[in-house]
Design a protein around this ligand. Structure first.
Ligand code: ZN
Length: 418
């Protein structure tokens, strides 16, 4: 690490009242602790937080540690003041999660929780070859890029340059890339689908990738195998996946062995029998919600360790949002991961989006030239039919996808009337 660049984080910490540098140092050493020790530490943190919640957080006053309910966004949204801890003396700051693909939520966060979020992101960047002070390119929409002065100062101190994921025509991408060349960009951090779009332009036009680049970290969306391959081919560096659910205290990153590690000191997670991810945020002690329904679905890899030596537990895959569900005519729900798996080994299918209403399922596919609807139907329609029942099945090739307000890719669009 460049010792000379410590001042950047120290300055940010002193301006914003955070402790990103200290938290990052703590995570850097903690990540190599033994898994059992980390999980024991996590359990102690969780037990202590439950105790505090029951005595100092109004929402939990009538519960015991064994009766804590699952908390959904709606409950927090309707009764935010009930979640504020009377035991917390520090500053609380309002924060929102992106609402366009789910239910919006405004909650309160603390400097400690903000520090953890950034330290987790920096740790993921470091595993991709980043050194503090390096030029970083963000390719993202509103969820990552805030435009107020506080964020501008932060981005400039962090040497981050923003490139909009809303403008990804070939000419925009060429400008972005030439700017990245001149500024010696070392790391790119962005939405998986936006990174893939840039990769396609590089490959199509034979553009040389930014020469100083060391790595790419994809975030905020599911990273498909096909997109990872495209991005690595185009940029000639490794792509690492990063997964975060900030309100839940969840932060996970891929190591050099491409295993995803969960930073176990930030959250205690559990999976419901349906595979829904619940999280208790262990770092936000000002606005406490336990067993929070994140709306995400993941698979764990319990009892497995990784050659990198990190003790942080492993996540097998992040499958996406719970609301990426297709409901058929019989009321049966199928997760969009079904299509991920279906098209995973088909290199002709670049990306999909599924629209459904009461009786029709429309599958939008981005495919290589030369592929016809007939080919696709022959290959997949029977499998799709056996999984979900609709009156009509429509396939559309290479038409534009419907985009969310924050430029994230949406896999499923529910067009039912009610
Ligand atoms: Zn590892």
């Amino acid at each position: 690490m460049k010792q000379t660049n410590h001042w950047r984080l120290r300055l940010i910490d002193s301006i914003r009242g955070t402790q990103i540098q200290d938290t990052l140092n703590q995570l850097r050493s903690e990540q190599y602790e033994d898994t059992l020790r980390l999980l024991t530490k996590q359990k102690l943190q969780y037990d202590a937080l439950c105790k505090t919640a029951i005595s100092h957080v109004p929402f939990y006053a009538s519960y015991t540690p064994s009766t804590l309910p699952v908390v959904k966004k709606e409950v927090i949204r309707n009764h935010p003041s009930l979640f504020i801890s009377k035991a917390y003396q520090g500053k609380l700051q309002a924060k929102g999660t992106s609402g366009s693909t789910g239910i919006p939520l405004i909650y309160k966060t603390t400097p400690e929780a903000q520090s953890f979020m950034w330290a987790g992101i920096l740790l993921s960047w470091e595993s991709a070859g980043y050194l503090l002070g390096d030029r970083v390119a963000f390719i993202a929409g509103s969820a990552l890029v805030k435009k107020d002065i506080k964020h501008k100062v932060f981005h400039s101190l962090m040497n981050i340059k923003n490139y909009s994921a809303f403008h990804l025509e070939d000419s925009d991408i060429q400008n972005y890339l030439s700017d990245m060349n001149h500024s010696e960009t070392r790391l790119i951090y962005g939405y998986a689908t936006a990174l893939n779009r840039v990769a396609e332009t590089i490959l199509k036009k034979g553009i040389k990738p930014p020469p100083a680049l060391r790595g790419i970290v994809a975030t905020a969306e599911v990273l498909s195998d096909q997109h990872r391959k495209n991005i690595e081919n185009a940029f000639q560096v490794d792509v690492r996946n990063q997964y975060g659910c900030n309100e839940g205290g969840i932060s996970a990153f891929e190591c050099e062995h491409k295993n995803m590690h969960l930073i176990s000191s930030g959250s205690r997670i559990e999976l419901t029998p349906n595979g829904d991810l619940l999280s208790s945020n262990l770092v936000n002690k000002g606005f406490v919600f336990l067993r929070y329904f994140t709306g995400d679905r993941i698979e764990l890899k319990p009892n497995e360790s990784c050659q990198c030596g990190r003790g942080y537990p492993l996540i097998a895959s992040v499958q996406g949002r719970s609301f990426d569900m297709i409901i058929d005519m019989n009321g049966k729900s199928t997760h969009s991961a079904f299509f991920n798996i279906l098209f995973r080994s088909d290199t002709t299918v670049e990306q999909f989006q599924v629209h459904f209403n009461e009786d029709t399922l429309t599958i939008y596919l981005k495919v290589s030239i030369g592929f016809t609807i007939h080919d696709i139907k022959k290959k997949y329609l029977n499998v799709i039919r056996s999984e979900m029942r609709f009156r009509n099945y429509v396939i559309r090739l290479n038409e534009s996808f419907l985009q969310a307000d924050n430029a994230k890719h949406r896999y499923v669009i529910d067009q039912r009337k009610n």
